[in-house]
Design a protein around this ligand. Structure first.
Ligand SMILES: Cc1cc2nc3c(=O)[nH]c(=O)nc-3n(C[C@H](O)[C@H](O)[C@H](O)COP(=O)(O)O)c2cc1C
Length: 166
């Protein structure tokens, strides 16, 4: 049965599903590019694949489509400012504001990443105003120093509280 809802009601409903936050990066001929992404999820284990949902308007995706590789940088608690900047800051200065290195595959990796996954583009599927982008994970790394993840819930950044064992 269908009911009527507006875009804000839709965002509140889907935003009730809490996610982590990643910055998806790639190397363009003009330098590193990247954007904040909450739609990351692991897809298969053998072989390991992941998926992200990317707006057709994404400038980063044009680089991913060209070079067929990208990196998923998963952010830890304390990196909400990075998530904000990679969503709203001028793309030309995102990597000036935040330190980065290169993975062996040649993708940019943020120094602040809690974990990162180097991916080869498997395929992208056009669905309405977005693309479902599937990547094969070819290498990974991260830091053991992080105590918890950065989370996103109904438009706000947060953390993670472990429940006591029942
Ligand atoms: C918390 C948060 C999550 C986001 N998740 C996504 C996402 O999953 N897919 C997407 O295409 N854009 C997402 N965005 C929007 C992009 O980060 C934003 O449009 C960015 O400027 C695109 O950069 P680009 O055009 O340089 O690739 C998200 C923004 C925020 C604040």
């Amino acid at each position: 049965m269908e009911n009527e809802f507006n875009v804000e009601e839709y965002k509140t409903a889907v935003g009730s599903f809490v996610t982590g936050i990643a910055v998806v990066t790639a190397l363009s001929p003009d330098g590193p590019v990247g954007f904040t992404c909450q739609s990351f999820t692991s897809l298969s284990l053998d072989p390991p694949t992941i998926l992200i949902s990317v707006a057709r308007t994404s400038r980063t995706f044009s680089t991913i489509a060209l070079h067929k590789k990208f990196c998923v940088n998963i952010l830890g608690a304390g990196s909400a400012h990075i998530a904000y900047d990679f969503a709203f800051m001028d793309p030309a200065i995102r990597f000036i504001a935040h330190s980065w290195n290169s993975t062996s595959a040649g993708n940019p990796v943020l120094e602040a990443s809690m974990a990162w996954l180097d991916c080869e583009l498997v395929r992208s599927i056009e669905v309405e105003d977005h693309l479902v982008v599937i990547g094969r994970v070819v290498s990974l790394g991260g830091s053991k120093e992080y105590k918890g993840p950065l989370t996103y819930f109904r438009g706000s950044f947060g953390g993670f509280v472990q429940l006591q064992d029942l």
